[in-house]
Design a protein around this ligand. Structure first.
Ligand SMILES: [Zn+2]
Length: 243
C-alpha cells in the first residue's frame, strides 16, 4: 500500500516528461528533497496550473511507494507564490541560485528541516533586500548552505596543524584541505583573500552583522566558486554567473 504524505515544500526544478507531465524536484519540510511526477501538469486546464513555478512554496500531497524513487503527486496548493520577488529579474536570479544549489547538492530524501528553513529564510530576506545587496545575500546563504551539506570551510585556525592564523595583509584558504591554512601548510589549491574578507567569512559563520564591501564579496564569490566546484563534484552554479 502506498503511504499518503502531506507536507509543504519549495519547487526547486521542473523537467517536462512525456506529452503533458512534469517531473519535479521539491525541497520539503518533512522528507528533504524528493522527486514527484505531476501528471498532466502542462495541460492548460490542469489542476496543477500555477503550482509548479520555480521557488513556489506549496502544500503538496503525494503517494509514497518504497520501491520507487519518483512519487506521484496527488494535489498541490500554493502557499506562497512570492509575487513581489518575481517582478524583479535580479531577485528571480538570486532565488534560482539557491534552488540550483540545493537541487544539485542535496541527496534525495535526507530528512531534516535545515535546508528548507534556510531557503525559506533566504527568500523572506530577499523580499526586503535592495538591488545592490542581492548578490551578497545570495553568497551569504550559499556559504551557509555548505554547512547543511557538511562542507563548511574551517576558519578558526589552520585546518591542517591547528596553529592560530596571525593577522596579515592576506590569508590563504586551501580549497582541497577545506579551510584556512598557515604558511607551513600552503598547497597548490590555496586562494588568497584579504584579512578583511577572512574576517567577514568568520562573521557570516558566526551569524554576526557584516559591512558590505564590493571588493570583499568579489573575493568571497571567487573562493565559493572554486570551493563548490572542488567539493561538490565539479559543480558550477550556472545561475550564479548571471547574477
Ligand atoms: Zn598549519
Amino acid at each position: 500500500m502506498p503511504q499518503i504524505v502531506k507536507t509543504s515544500g519549495f519547487i526547486l526544478k521542473t523537467i517536462p516528461f512525456k506529452e503533458s507531465s512534469l517531473i519535479v524536484s521539491v525541497l520539503t519540510s518533512r522528507a528533504g528533497r524528493i522527486k514527484v511526477l505531476v501528471k498532466g501538469a502542462r495541460r492548460p486546464r490542469s489542476k496543477f496550473c500555477g503550482t509548479m513555478e520555480p521557488f513556489n512554496l506549496d502544500e503538496i500531497i503525494y503517494y509514497k511507494k518504497e520501491t520507487k524513487e519518483i512519487y506521484t503527486l496527488s494535489d498541490a496548493v500554493v502557499l506562497d507564490h512570492f509575487e513581489d520577488l518575481r517582478i524583479n529579474p535580479e531577485k528571480v536570479n538570486g532565488a534560482s541560485v539557491l534552488c540550483e544549489f540545493f537541487e544539485k547538492s542535496l541527496a534525495l530524501e535526507q530528512p531534516g528541516y535545515s535546508a528548507y528553513t534556510l531557503l525559506y529564510e533566504f527568500l523572506k530576506r530577499l523580499r526586503k533586500t535592495s538591488e545592490e545587496l542581492i548578490k551578497p545575500l545570495v553568497l551569504i546563504y550559499l556559504f551557509n548552505g555548505l554547512r547543511i551539506s557538511g562542507l563548511m570551510p574551517y576558519l578558526e585556525c589552520c585546518v591542517c596543524c591547528k596553529r592560530a592564523i596571525e593577522p596579515d595583509k592576506s590569508v590563504q584558504l586551501s580549497i582541497s584541505a577545506g579551510g584556512v591554512v598557515c604558511p607551513g601548510d600552503y598547497d597548490d589549491t590555496v586562494v588568497s583573500v584579504s584579512w578583511q574578507t577572512y574576517q567577514t567569512l568568520v562573521k557570516i559563520y558566526k551569524n554576526k552583522k557584516i559591512q558590505y564591501s564590493r571588493k570583499i564579496f568579489e573575493e568571497i564569490e571567487g573562493f565559493l566558486n572554486a570551493y563548490i566546484y572542488f567539493h561538490l563534484n565539479n559543480l558550477v552554479l550556472n545561475s550564479l554567473k548571471y547574477l
